[in-house]
Design a protein around this ligand. Structure first.
Ligand SMILES: C[S@@+](CC[C@H](N)C(=O)[O-])C[C@H]1O[C@@H](n2cnc3c(N)ncnc32)[C@H](O)[C@@H]1O
Length: 581
């Protein structure tokens, strides 16, 4: 909900006085996602998030307009904000330019800096760049020998004007424009060389490392996916998932999905196996039977089982520990329930299809309940502090009567000790997750344990992820633990990576959704199926064998696995263990 361009301004070449007449640049692309709109400057690679009404201001200059008159026309349209300030920022980003300005000529003093998520392959002295932004088709950009030499000369330091003597001037400018454009996003232009930011990386403008994977949008069109007062992807799960495997490979990867095969960073175990081992070690599982003693019956409920890999491995590990397992799965998405049945065998578990907040299950009937990476999908309310009786911009105490009016989740929070007084403005209230805790408390047998994992923090209010195609929230684990204690359960929060004993020194492949799609297309062209797994260097080398030379392809970024693995940040994942005395 920013009211103005979000990027820090590069130093303004326009000087302090705004030109009397301005025209919109001829090189802009617009994108929209989850209620926000983004402007991409196709000559520089600047990326700005703004509210749709500022897009209208930009458009008012489409055919050239008098600056003062236009500013006067928009005065009052942005609350207290002065439209002149927006115009100044837009001028400093070359979004609005003087009518006789030669926009292309203005690029020569700029430094070319390579983008962060490029995918390329070298063949002799030539190379191919692969792109797959968002849902756009995979594209290849072929660079001939001379263009490849230009690419190699883009060192983040030299200005284009300095390269003009070495290369054909027109060909150089043509390549730069093609690579900076939002269709490619391989290059950014900056007024300062990268070495300026070497000691002060936080000063580097964010657009240098940002990318734009969202859908095209035009000013005047409705903004896609505006956040509504009730955030819930339930309809998405019930109706929109068509291809179950694709869902997890491209749209929504979970940590467990990345570790669905025996993995070097888990000492050769899968996520499900490592989870059971870690829970057993911490005493979070009902006591296992003695070796050679009679098997112990364990009733297990898994909520939201995705493709069924966690179920497969949890079930088998519990059996290895000597439990006789009776497994039930509650699943909302029919396509995922079908995939689970195919993976596990229709007789190996009992399926209850439906919303976990609506299904009817017997009270005190489960020894072990698991909800792995699903609570962020439950409904939440998007509210102002005033909706729960808190002042905006001042401290205060939430009004339990107002909180109760928010339905069952609100009643639970108000009546069982969930402190809401430090709410941000605006806020997401995890009403669905509160209801789940209440249901879990009812379904657990005395002595039973429930495990809920998700990305989130102990004391941070939920944040909306905007990188998926449906809304998903991070979890405030402290609030869930407080509610559970209020309902008479024991509650303990852990890092998932500690429980599964992830090797924190391992290096893993860092990708984004678009980067991975482009990488996968490039590998496929070499006859290799690149699976969505938590890739470590030895796994990738084994996969490509002699089909592809890894030193001829890029960019393969290997980050510390706890900081980034594919598109996930493993240290953000927490585990809440609830126990019924
Ligand atoms: C992000 S996936 C996680 C899947 C799996 N547990 C894993 O670790 O990969 C969320 C799962 O919860 C299911 N789900 C989402 N909302 C649900 C609800 N209200 N009731 C039951 N299942 C739900 C989804 O269909 C999906 O199977």
């Amino acid at each position: 909900m920013s009211s103005g361009p979000a990027e820090p301004s590069p130093p303004s070449p326009a000087g302090p006085a705004t030109p009397p007449r301005l025209v919109r640049s001829a090189h802009l692309s617009w994108f929209g996602h989850m209620g926000a709109v983004y402007l991409f400057h196709d000559l520089f690679g600047f990326l700005m998030e703004m509210s749709p009404d500022i897009a209208e201001l930009v458009d008012a200059f489409a055919d050239g307009a008098d600056t003062a008159e236009t500013v006067a026309r928009f005065t009052g349209r942005f609350g207290d904000a002065d439209p002149q300030q927006f115009v100044d920022v837009l001028v400093s980003h070359f979004v609005l330019v003087e009518p006789d300005e030669d926009e292309i000529e203005g690029l020569w003093p700029m430094v070319a800096i390579k983008g962060k998520w490029n995918v390329w392959q070298r063949r002799g002295n030539a190379m191919t760049i692969w792109t797959a932004w968002g849902e756009r088709p995979v594209a290849q950009i072929l660079l001939d020998d001379e263009e490849t030499a230009m690419w190699d000369a883009f060192d983040g330091e030299k200005r284009l004007i300095e390269l003009r003597g070495r290369f054909d001037r027109d060909k150089l400018m043509h390549l730069v424009r093609r690579l900076v454009h939002s269709d490619t996003q391989a290059l950014k232009l900056c007024q300062l060389p990268m070495s300026t930011f070497a000691r002060r990386p936080q000063m580097a403008p964010r657009y240098l490392t940002s990318t734009m994977p969202y859908r095209s949008w035009r000013p005047g069109e409705p903004v896609p996916g505006t956040v509504e007062s009730q955030v819930s992807p339930a309809a998405y799960y019930q109706g929109e998932i068509e291809d179950a495997a694709l869902q997890f490979d491209h749209r929504e990867t979970t940590l467990s999905h990345l570790f669905r095969v025996p993995h070097p960073a888990l000492a050769g175990r899968t996520y499900g196996q490592a989870l059971v081992d870690g829970l057993a070690q911490r005493g979070h599982l009902p006591t296992a039977p003695r070796a050679g003693g009679p098997a112990r019956h364990l009733t297990v409920l898994e909520i939201g089982a995705g493709l069924g890999y966690v179920a497969r491995d949890v079930m088998s590990r519990l059996r290895e520990l000597g439990f006789e397992v009776d497994y039930t799965i509650v699943e909302l998405a029919p396509a995922l329930a079908a995939a689970q049945q195919q993976r596990l065998g229709a007789d190996s578990a009992r399926w209850v299809e439906g919303d976990v907040l609506a299904v009817d299950l017997p009270a005190a009937s489960f020894d072990f309940i698991l909800a792995n990476e699903m609570i962020g999908d439950l409904p939440a309310r998007y509210l102002s502090r005033t909706d729960i009786g808190l002042p905006v911009g001042d401290t205060g105490t939430a009004d339990p009567n107002l909180v109760r009016q928010l339905g069952k989740g609100g009643e639970l929070a108000a009546d069982h000790g969930v402190n809401l007084d430090d709410a941000p403005e605006p806020l997401f209230l995890m009403t669905g997750a509160f209801e789940l805790i209440d249901r879990v408390a009812t379904w657990l047998r005395p002595g039973g344990v429930a495990i809920l994992t998700e990305f989130g923090e102990n004391s941070q209010w939920p944040r909306l992820s905007t990188h998926l195609d449906h809304p998903e929230l991070s979890t405030h684990f402290g609030q869930l633990a407080a509610l559970a204690r209020g309902l008479g359960l024991g509650a303990h929060i852990d890092f998932v990576m500690d429980v599964i004993d992830l090797d924190r020194n391992a290096k893993g492949l860092a990708t984004t959704r678009s980067h991975f799609r482009a990488l996968r297309a490039m590998f496929e062209a070499a006859g290799i199926d690149l699976p969505k797994l938590g890739m470590v260097p030895e796994m990738l080398q084994e996969l490509v064998a002699d089909k592809l030379s890894l030193d001829k392809v890029g960019e393969l970024r290997w980050d510390k696995i706890e900081d980034r693995l594919m598109g996930l940040v493993p240290h953000e994942f927490k585990l809440l263990a609830l126990s019924r005395p």
